[in-house]
Design a protein around this ligand. Sequence first.
Ligand SMILES: [Zn+2]
Length: 295
Amino acid sequence: MQHSGISVEAYPAVQPTRSEPLCAFTMDVEDWYQSSVDFDAPITNRVVRNCDRFLKVLDHSGVKATFFVQGLVAKAFPGLVRTFLQEGHEVQSHGHSHRPLHAMNHEQLRCELEFARKTLEDASGTRITMFRAQDFSILRENIWALELVAEAGFDIDSSIFPLRTTRYGISGWPAGPSRGRLQNGAVLIEAPVAVVKYGALWLPVAGGGYFRLLPQALLCWALSSITAAGRPAIVYCHPYEIAPEEIDEYKGLVSPLFLQYQRLGRSQFGSRLEHLFSKLSFGRMDSVLANWGII
Ligand SMILES: [Zn+2]
């Protein structure tokens, strides 16, 4: 299949070589106000406090996760990165500034990716091999960004949302992992977050409001149907989604309607995850991709 000059070959639907984990639990590690409202705002220790809460939930359920850490977070709180690794989790990159990639030219994007990788490698002492763009901001019009992702030293990308929504995504992109041969000759594995087929429709279920608010049974059905169809289910969330009280700290700074939406589902999110972890087998991206024979 050709997508905007890229030869994209979907991995065939298969049954995994091992029984678990079949689903990847990932988190984009960022501080809400800086990542969503003001890119020039400082990173606050809310991100550390919220990640600590998630680490307790993960520990309680015996689940290892992949943390896609924003470079600015790694720079402000390198100890948080080390904590993830010490507790057996995987650390990968969620860009540096959280500015959308489609607003950057080639030179700006080269710098963004270099800062992202280097800051996180300095904090973690490990090689960083996976990248997920801020807000899935690799679209059809800036698909060339994948070439720079590969040039920056990443082997696996999780930046393309495989259906078009009002904010992001590329319609018709393979729903499961694929291998892209780019125009610069590089090869990049694309591992998109979960979308599910319902009748003739593809629906997002992997993160954000869907992940916080869909009925539990429906979410379990959706993720199980993805793995039964022969591909891994990759879900994502953010540290602030477990912090309902944080919303009140932004009163007066952000529109009340925006805050009201952000508050939805936050107070139940921890218990919701524990329930999900009891029903399905979750693990790190690298373990899950290895189980499905992708890496
Ligand atoms: Zn993000």
